[in-house]
Design a binder for this molecule. Structure first.
Ligand code: C5P
Length: 308
C-alpha cells in the first residue's frame, strides 16, 4: 500500500505540517507462544492504536539528527528510538539530509503502551515525508522491524494482528475493525513501570507453563475473528499477566475490585504496568477513577480515551 493510500484510509490525515501524532497502543489479545533461538519470543497479538498519545515534530536541518523533549526523564542520546529510527532510515536510503525532532510526551515509559516504538514509527513517517517519500509502506515496515518489535504496528494507524516477535503485522479485517474502532478505553497505570525485558525473562523462567501453543493461540483469535459481531471484550487475553501479577499484586488486586464494584473486566496491556478496561458510552468515570486513585494513590495515571 502506498503511503498516500495509508493516510486516506485513516480518515482524517494525522499529518499537520510536520507534526505527527504518535499514538499509544493497547494489546487486546497477546498470546506468547514460545521462546526463539534469538532470545526473543514469538507471539500472536491484536494491538489497537488509541486516539491519545505523544506528538512528534520534525524540521529538516543539516545532515545529522537532534532531539528535544518536554519530559526531562526521557533519554535524548542515541539510545532513544526516535534517533535510532532516524539513523536506520538514513542508512537504508540515499537521502543526505538531517532533522531536528521535538517530542511532546504523554505516554509513560515502561507502561506497555508502546510509547517509544510509536515515537520511532512517527519519526520514520516524518522523515519519509521530508525526504520525498523514498519508501513505500513495505519499505518503512522493513526499517521499523529493525528498530523494535513494537515499531511496525504503529505504521498502519489501525488495529493489527502481530506475529513473529511482533514485527509481522497485518490489518484486521474491515469487519473486525468496525467492531473495534472508536470503542471507549480507560487506561490506568500505577506509579511504577514494568521493564519489558524483565517481564519476558520472568515468563521464560516459568517455561513452558506460561506459553500458549501456537495452534491454540491461532484458534483463539480465529474464533473471535470468525464470530461476526463479537465484541472486543470477548477477545481480551494476555499471557504476560501471570508473571507480572505475581510480582506486582497491586495490579490484580485493583482489577478484582473494579470487577466486584462495577462489573468491569480489566486487563493489562503488553508487559504492563498499564491496565485498561473497555467502558460503555454512558459509564460514569467518577466512581471508577476514585476507586483507582484510592488503590494506587495520586501518582496513578488515568486516561479516558478510544481506539483510533
Ligand atoms: O524489540 P524490543 O527491543 O522492543 O524488545 C525489548 C525486549 O523485550 C527484548 O530485548 C526481549 O527481552 C523482550 N521481547 C521478547 N520477545 C518479543 C518482544 C520483546 O522477548 N517478541
Amino acid at each position: 500500500m502506498a503511503q498516500g493510500e495509508f493516510f486516506e484510509t485513516m480518515g482524517s490525515p494525522p499529518l499537520t505540517a510536520l507534526t505527527l501524532q504518535a499514538p499509544a497502543k493497547i494489546n487486546l489479545f497477546l498470546a506468547v507462544t514460545g521462546r526463539r533461538d534469538d532470545g526473543y519470543h514469538d507471539l500472536l497479538s491484536v494491538a489497537a492504536p488509541l486516539v491519545w498519545g505523544d506528538s512528534l515534530e520534525a524540521e529538516e536541518a543539516g545532515e545529522g539528527f537532534a532531539l528535544s523533549c518536554d519530559d526531562p526523564e526521557v533519554p535524548l542520546g542515541p539510545e532513544n528510538l526516535v534517533l535510532r529510527a532516524a539513523e536506520a532510515f538514513k542508512a537504508a536510503s540515499n537521502w543526505g539530509g538531517g532533522a531536528r525532532f521535538s517530542l511532546r510526551k504523554k505516554i509513560p515509559m515502561g507502561a506497555g503502551l508502546g510509547g517509544a516504538s510509536s515515537d520511532a514509527a512517527s519519526a520514520l513517517l516524518l522523515l519519509n515525508q521530508i525526504a520525498g517519500s523514498p519508501f513505500d509502506a513495505a519499505g518503512l515496515q522493513a526499517i521499523a522491524a529493525g528498530v523494535g518489535s513494537d515499531c511496525s504496528l504503529f505504521l498502519s494507524g489501525a488495529p493489527v494482528v502481530m506475529r513473529g516477535r511482533g514485527e509481522r503485522v497485518e490489518r484486521v479485517s474491515r469487519e473486525a475493525y468496525a467492531r473495534l474502532r472508536g470503542i471507549r478505553v480507560l487506561l490506568f497505570k500505577p506509579g511504577f513501570a514494568v521493564p519489558t525485558p524483565w517481564a519476558y525473562a520472568r515468563l521464560a523462567a516459568e517455561a513452558p507453563r506460561g506459553y500458549v501453543a501456537p495452534n491454540r493461540a491461532e484458534a483463539m483469535l480465529e474464533a473471535w475473528l470468525g464470530k461476526t459481531g463479537a465484541g472486543a471484550e470477548e477477545l481480551l487475553f494476555n499471557s504476560m499477566e501471570r508473571p507480572v501479577f505475581a510480582k506486582f499484586p497491586a495490579l490484580p488486586a485493583l482489577l478484582q475490585l473494579l470487577y466486584e464494584r462495577f462489573g468491569i473486566a480489566g486487563r493489562m496491556s503488553g508487559s504492563g504496568s498499564t491496565c485498561f478496561a473497555l467502558l460503555g458510552e454512558t459509564t460514569a468515570l467518577g466512581p471508577i477513577e476514585a476507586t483507582i486513585r484510592d488503590a494506587w494513590g495520586p501518582s496513578a495515571l488515568v486516561v479516558d480515551t478510544r481506539v483510533a
